[in-house]
Design a protein around this ligand. Structure first.
Ligand SMILES: [Fe+2]
Length: 214
Protein backbone atom coordinates (compact mmCIF):
# COMPACT_ATOMS: atom_id res chain seq x y z
CA UNK A 1 0.00 0.00 0.00
CA UNK A 2 1.40 3.42 -1.00
CA UNK A 3 2.16 5.74 1.89
CA UNK A 4 0.92 9.32 1.63
CA UNK A 5 3.61 11.90 0.94
CA UNK A 6 4.44 14.29 3.75
CA UNK A 7 5.53 17.93 3.24
CA UNK A 8 9.09 16.84 4.02
CA UNK A 9 9.08 14.68 0.89
CA UNK A 10 8.95 17.86 -1.23
CA UNK A 11 12.12 19.41 0.19
CA UNK A 12 14.82 19.37 -2.55
CA UNK A 13 17.94 17.29 -1.92
CA UNK A 14 20.20 20.32 -1.71
CA UNK A 15 19.89 24.08 -1.65
CA UNK A 16 20.53 25.91 -4.93
CA UNK A 17 20.89 29.70 -4.72
CA UNK A 18 21.10 31.79 -7.91
CA UNK A 19 24.77 32.39 -7.20
CA UNK A 20 27.32 31.71 -4.51
CA UNK A 21 29.50 34.70 -3.60
CA UNK A 22 32.60 33.64 -1.71
CA UNK A 23 33.55 35.65 1.36
CA UNK A 24 35.16 38.95 0.36
CA UNK A 25 33.82 38.95 -3.23
CA UNK A 26 30.83 41.24 -2.58
CA UNK A 27 32.56 44.61 -2.38
CA UNK A 28 29.70 47.03 -2.99
CA UNK A 29 26.30 47.56 -1.49
CA UNK A 30 24.06 45.30 -3.62
CA UNK A 31 20.73 46.42 -5.11
CA UNK A 32 17.78 43.99 -5.14
CA UNK A 33 17.33 41.99 -8.33
CA UNK A 34 13.53 42.26 -8.06
CA UNK A 35 10.69 42.81 -5.65
CA UNK A 36 9.69 39.36 -4.44
CA UNK A 37 6.34 39.52 -2.66
CA UNK A 38 3.75 41.60 -0.87
CA UNK A 39 1.65 40.81 2.19
CA UNK A 40 -1.99 41.81 2.41
CA UNK A 41 -4.20 41.61 5.50
CA UNK A 42 -7.92 41.00 4.99
CA UNK A 43 -10.90 39.97 7.07
CA UNK A 44 -14.58 40.15 6.07
CA UNK A 45 -13.78 40.28 2.35
CA UNK A 46 -10.99 37.71 2.55
CA UNK A 47 -12.29 35.40 -0.19
CA UNK A 48 -13.11 38.32 -2.49
CA UNK A 49 -9.63 39.76 -2.02
CA UNK A 50 -8.05 36.38 -2.86
CA UNK A 51 -10.28 36.00 -5.94
CA UNK A 52 -9.44 39.55 -7.07
CA UNK A 53 -5.68 38.91 -7.08
CA UNK A 54 -6.01 35.43 -8.56
CA UNK A 55 -7.86 36.98 -11.51
CA UNK A 56 -5.91 40.23 -11.86
CA UNK A 57 -2.51 38.53 -11.84
CA UNK A 58 -3.60 35.26 -13.44
CA UNK A 59 -2.13 33.76 -10.30
CA UNK A 60 -1.93 30.19 -9.12
CA UNK A 61 -3.15 29.49 -5.61
CA UNK A 62 -0.15 27.67 -4.16
CA UNK A 63 -1.64 26.98 -0.76
CA UNK A 64 -5.03 28.00 0.50
CA UNK A 65 -5.20 29.08 4.11
CA UNK A 66 -2.84 26.85 6.04
CA UNK A 67 -2.71 28.85 9.31
CA UNK A 68 -4.97 31.46 7.68
CA UNK A 69 -2.55 32.52 4.93
CA UNK A 70 -3.12 32.07 1.21
CA UNK A 71 -0.07 32.09 -1.06
CA UNK A 72 -0.40 33.19 -4.68
CA UNK A 73 2.25 33.10 -7.37
CA UNK A 74 2.43 33.95 -11.08
CA UNK A 75 5.93 32.72 -11.92
CA UNK A 76 8.67 30.43 -10.63
CA UNK A 77 8.80 31.97 -7.19
CA UNK A 78 6.94 30.10 -4.47
CA UNK A 79 4.81 33.11 -3.64
CA UNK A 80 4.30 36.65 -4.85
CA UNK A 81 1.31 37.63 -2.74
CA UNK A 82 0.51 36.32 0.73
CA UNK A 83 -2.98 37.16 1.99
CA UNK A 84 -3.43 36.85 5.74
CA UNK A 85 -6.72 36.54 7.60
CA UNK A 86 -6.72 39.14 10.37
CA UNK A 87 -10.00 38.85 12.22
CA UNK A 88 -11.36 42.04 13.70
CA UNK A 89 -8.53 44.27 12.49
CA UNK A 90 -9.49 47.78 11.45
CA UNK A 91 -9.43 49.22 7.96
CA UNK A 92 -6.79 51.74 7.03
CA UNK A 93 -8.05 55.27 7.60
CA UNK A 94 -8.16 57.76 4.73
CA UNK A 95 -5.10 59.94 4.39
CA UNK A 96 -2.81 57.40 6.07
CA UNK A 97 0.87 57.71 5.25
CA UNK A 98 2.89 54.71 4.12
CA UNK A 99 2.91 52.42 1.10
CA UNK A 100 0.03 53.47 -1.16
CA UNK A 101 0.13 51.04 -4.05
CA UNK A 102 1.98 48.26 -5.77
CA UNK A 103 2.39 48.31 -9.57
CA UNK A 104 2.80 45.23 -11.76
CA UNK A 105 4.58 45.62 -15.11
CA UNK A 106 3.48 44.03 -18.38
CA UNK A 107 5.02 43.94 -21.83
CA UNK A 108 2.36 45.31 -24.16
CA UNK A 109 -0.79 47.37 -24.54
CA UNK A 110 -2.46 44.22 -25.86
CA UNK A 111 -1.89 42.55 -22.49
CA UNK A 112 -3.22 45.55 -20.58
CA UNK A 113 -6.30 45.66 -22.82
CA UNK A 114 -6.95 41.95 -22.28
CA UNK A 115 -6.76 42.48 -18.50
CA UNK A 116 -9.05 45.53 -18.73
CA UNK A 117 -11.71 43.51 -20.58
CA UNK A 118 -11.44 40.51 -18.27
CA UNK A 119 -11.66 42.61 -15.08
CA UNK A 120 -14.51 44.70 -16.48
CA UNK A 121 -16.51 41.54 -17.17
CA UNK A 122 -16.09 40.68 -13.47
CA UNK A 123 -17.21 44.14 -12.35
CA UNK A 124 -13.79 45.69 -11.69
CA UNK A 125 -13.11 49.01 -13.38
CA UNK A 126 -9.94 51.05 -13.03
CA UNK A 127 -10.55 54.34 -11.24
CA UNK A 128 -7.76 55.96 -13.20
CA UNK A 129 -6.09 55.34 -16.54
CA UNK A 130 -3.11 57.50 -17.32
CA UNK A 131 -0.28 57.99 -19.75
CA UNK A 132 2.57 59.23 -17.54
CA UNK A 133 4.84 59.76 -20.52
CA UNK A 134 7.27 57.01 -19.60
CA UNK A 135 4.49 54.55 -18.79
CA UNK A 136 0.81 53.74 -19.29
CA UNK A 137 -1.11 52.63 -16.23
CA UNK A 138 -4.48 51.43 -15.00
CA UNK A 139 -5.18 51.84 -11.28
CA UNK A 140 -7.62 49.48 -9.60
CA UNK A 141 -8.88 49.08 -6.07
CA UNK A 142 -9.14 45.60 -4.61
CA UNK A 143 -12.35 44.71 -2.68
CA UNK A 144 -10.88 46.29 0.49
CA UNK A 145 -9.91 49.48 -1.33
CA UNK A 146 -6.17 48.82 -1.62
CA UNK A 147 -4.85 50.42 -4.79
CA UNK A 148 -3.07 48.20 -7.28
CA UNK A 149 -1.67 49.31 -10.61
CA UNK A 150 -1.03 47.42 -13.80
CA UNK A 151 1.30 49.19 -16.18
CA UNK A 152 3.81 49.05 -18.99
CA UNK A 153 6.86 51.06 -19.98
CA UNK A 154 6.09 53.13 -23.09
CA UNK A 155 9.72 52.94 -24.11
CA UNK A 156 12.23 50.16 -23.88
CA UNK A 157 13.50 50.59 -20.33
CA UNK A 158 17.08 51.34 -21.29
CA UNK A 159 16.18 53.90 -23.99
CA UNK A 160 13.96 55.56 -21.45
CA UNK A 161 16.51 56.31 -18.75
CA UNK A 162 17.35 59.90 -19.73
CA UNK A 163 13.68 60.67 -20.32
CA UNK A 164 12.67 59.26 -16.96
CA UNK A 165 15.27 61.23 -15.12
CA UNK A 166 15.12 64.55 -16.91
CA UNK A 167 11.65 65.08 -18.37
CA UNK A 168 8.95 63.60 -16.16
CA UNK A 169 7.83 66.06 -13.51
CA UNK A 170 9.18 69.17 -15.28
CA UNK A 171 7.23 72.20 -16.57
CA UNK A 172 7.63 70.97 -20.17
CA UNK A 173 6.06 67.65 -19.17
CA UNK A 174 2.87 69.32 -17.92
CA UNK A 175 0.63 68.09 -15.13
CA UNK A 176 0.66 64.35 -14.53
CA UNK A 177 -3.15 64.20 -14.81
CA UNK A 178 -2.99 65.66 -18.33
CA UNK A 179 -2.35 62.18 -19.65
CA UNK A 180 -5.61 60.72 -18.28
CA UNK A 181 -7.81 58.84 -20.72
CA UNK A 182 -11.00 56.80 -20.81
CA UNK A 183 -10.04 53.10 -20.75
CA UNK A 184 -13.19 52.10 -22.68
CA UNK A 185 -12.22 54.50 -25.48
CA UNK A 186 -8.65 53.20 -25.37
CA UNK A 187 -9.99 49.67 -25.87
CA UNK A 188 -12.17 50.79 -28.80
CA UNK A 189 -9.26 52.58 -30.50
CA UNK A 190 -6.92 49.64 -29.88
CA UNK A 191 -9.42 47.15 -31.31
CA UNK A 192 -10.10 49.37 -34.31
CA UNK A 193 -6.42 49.11 -35.22
CA UNK A 194 -4.98 52.43 -34.02
CA UNK A 195 -1.30 51.59 -33.54
CA UNK A 196 0.45 51.43 -30.17
CA UNK A 197 2.80 54.16 -31.40
CA UNK A 198 -0.18 56.56 -31.14
CA UNK A 199 -1.94 55.06 -28.13
CA UNK A 200 1.19 55.07 -25.95
CA UNK A 201 2.38 58.55 -26.93
CA UNK A 202 1.59 61.09 -24.21
CA UNK A 203 1.14 64.01 -26.62
CA UNK A 204 -1.19 61.94 -28.85
CA UNK A 205 -3.13 60.77 -25.79
CA UNK A 206 -3.59 64.39 -24.65
CA UNK A 207 -4.70 65.42 -28.15
CA UNK A 208 -7.17 62.52 -28.54
CA UNK A 209 -8.56 63.08 -25.02
CA UNK A 210 -9.06 66.81 -25.74
CA UNK A 211 -11.03 65.81 -28.87
CA UNK A 212 -13.19 63.45 -26.79
CA UNK A 213 -11.85 60.40 -28.63
CA UNK A 214 -9.86 58.93 -25.75
FE1 LIG B 1 2.19 53.99 -9.69
Amino acid sequence: MATALSPRDYIPQSVAPLRVDAPGTVREMPAPNKIHHIHIFADEKYDEVVAFYVTLLNAEMVRERPNNVTFLTYDDFDHRIAIFKREGWSHRADKTLGVSHVAFAYDSLGELMFIYKKMLALGHEPHRALNHGNSTSFDYRDPDGNEVEIMMDNYAPLDNKAYKRHYQGTKEFGKSGDGEFDPAKMLALYESGVPDSILLDREEVKRLAAEGKL
